[in-house]
Write a protein that binds this ligand. Structure first.
Ligand code: ADP
Length: 303
């Protein structure tokens, strides 16, 4: 299976062991999923579609893609621009985040409809998120959604994590409308119940699944933190309980890594319950480590 993840990767400054020092890393929701997918299934061809600058940090980011086994063929260069940045601060053990991403090159990732169309021709599955939609202006968002619709009509599988982030949108209604436009071009929806309940007023995970099914998705997996995962494929549905963990360290990228487990299961053509078990094992390992990208040994994860 050839996978194309579309979105923004940012430079990350995380506190290092020595007070005042920072470690430079790279992370971002769809990139995190691509990163875990490349780790879980080294035989899978995983590409990342984004835009970066031509400066040093952008080149380092591209090097990080390649070093992670992620193809950078569809990374576009916007000369004179750069990548977004976030810094993690630790105050009494609690993490807080500062972002500089308003001008990031990734906001122009949908500037060239031909580049989008070409990248989608070469793959079997396209993965994007609500954050991918949020960083684009309305015109670029329409270009991306149109490209996804065309790719789906041509037989590509489209997978979508709504990843609701109200601070990236000008209003809640702009966010919820755009998310449902994304859902309308997707085969697979991977929402998180807590966010969906907050912004769509869903009473329970079944209501979330109903809404994405009504939008046109045929496979829906509703994450719900430590609570059971609800899944639906057409008329079939079920719940898979999440193995309890004694010690949760950091839930960053829980959902992103979970999604990688589901996409890996698709390649293996295994039943959805088994894919969810794999996804929960991976996300469970990730929340017991620090940061978005946690080194995992995939050998012990497969159900
Ligand atoms: P998101 O990060 O998108 O909000 P969730 O918080 O629902 O997603 O978590 C995604 C997955 O991560 C869950 O389905 C579960 O497998 C795992 N997970 C998250 N929090 C916990 C937890 N406290 N205990 C065990 N597993 C967890």
């Amino acid at each position: 299976m050839r996978v194309l993840a579309i979105g923004e990767c940012m430079a990350e400054l995380a506190p290092a062991a020595t007070q005042g020092d920072y470690h430079l890393g790279f992370a971002g929701d769809t990139f995190n999923t691509a990163w875990y997918l490349a780790r879980l299934r080294p035989d899978m061809h995983v590409s990342f579609f984004t835009a970066v600058g031509a400066d040093d940090v952008s080149l380092r980011m591209r090097d990080a893609f390649l070093a992670s086994g992620i193809d950078d063929t569809y990374v576009q260069t916007v000369t004179g621009s750069t990548v977004g940045l976030y810094m993690i601060s630790l105050i009494n053990g609690e993490r807080s985040f500062s972002y500089w991403r308003g001008q990031s090159a990734a906001r122009q990732l949908a500037a060239d409809p031909h580049a989008l169309a070409q990248a989608m021709i070469d793959v079997d599955l396209v993965y994007f998120s609500g954050i991918t939609l949020a960083i684009l202006d309305a015109t670029s968002r329409e270009v991306l959604v149109t490209a996804l619709r065309t790719a789906r009509a041509a037989g590509k599988t489209i997978a979508f994590d709504p990843n609701l982030r109200p601070h990236l949108w000008s209003s809640p209604s702009e966010m919820t409308e755009a998310i449902m436009q994304g859902a309308a071009v997707s085969d697979i929806a991977l929402p998180s119940f807590e966010d969906e309940a907050a912004w769509f007023k869903d009473a329970d995970p079944m209501a979330t699944a109903d809404r994405y099914a009504a939008a046109g998705a045929t496979t829906i997996v509703v994450k719900n933190g430590a609570d059971a995962v609800h899944h639906r494929e057409g008329a079939a549905f079920g719940n898979v309980s999440v193995p309890p963990l004694k010690h949760v360290v950091d839930t960053t990228a829980a959902g992103d890594s979970f999604n990688a487990g589901i996409l890996a299961g698709l390649q293996d053509n295994i039943p959805m319950e088994k894919s969810i078990t794999l996804a929960c094992r991976l996300a469970g390992a990730v929340v017991q480590g620090k940061g978005a990208l946690v080194s995992i040994d995939p050998v012990h994860l497969d159900p």
